[in-house]
Design a protein around this ligand. Structure first.
Ligand SMILES: [Zn+2]
Length: 185
């Protein structure tokens, strides 16, 4: 959209009307980017696809382009842990500084350490909103686990470990898959 390509303008029209952007348009936007020089050696999609139809549209487009999804990482965390992590977030009203009641508490409850303004629970972090998003995930996104497992590209990462351990496991997993795929060629 920033580069004002034809597809970008189409996507913006949907969004300006408050409508969901159709899968084919999203995939078209992604394809434009994948077709650029910076993505020659590879690309990472974060948070896409989220549904089976999106995955099918993406696969069809990539096949057309002579490319493929070579790895899918599932960073696995239980629902309870997701609620614990997101539900404990407290955000400073003035400047958006983020704290966590359990992992990174402010000195004074409900008050930002940095600027003294009030800490609030953002709508996104309210338990009922988190639970609703988890329901959407299980209904629409979780079927992708089987979809990609059948294509032998799925790897599960334990998302409950410390962030640097999760990052290290992701790095090791991708490096191993790259070696296996190079050998297969
Ligand atoms: Zn603050």
């Amino acid at each position: 959209m920033r580069d004002e390509t034809a597809l970008g303008r189409t996507a913006k029209e949907y969004m300006d009307r408050g409508d969901l952007v159709p899968d084919e348009v999203i995939v078209g936007v992604i394809a434009e980017r994948i077709d650029s020089a910076e993505a020659l050696d590879g690309f990472i999609l974060d948070g896409f696809p989220r549904t089976i139809p999106q995955a099918e549209a993406l696969d069809a487009k990539l096949t057309e382009m002579g490319r493929a999804v070579t790895a899918v990482l599932l960073v696995d965390v239980s629902d309870d842990e997701v609620v614990r992590r997101l539900g404990g977030r407290r955000t400073c009203e003035e400047n958006g500084h983020v704290f966590h009641v359990e992992f990174n508490p402010s000195q004074r409850e409900g008050v930002c350490d940095i600027d003294g303004s009030a800490l609030i629970v953002r709508d996104d972090d309210k338990p009922e909103v988190i639970r609703n998003r988890l329901e959407q995930y299980h209904a629409k996104t979780e079927p992708l686990v089987d979809y990609y497992d059948q294509r032998s590209v799925l790897r599960q990462i334990d998302g409950v470990a410390a962030p640097d351990e999760v990052a290290e496991e992701i790095r090791r997993t991708l490096a191993t898959m790259r070696l296996e795929q190079d050998e297969a060629v």
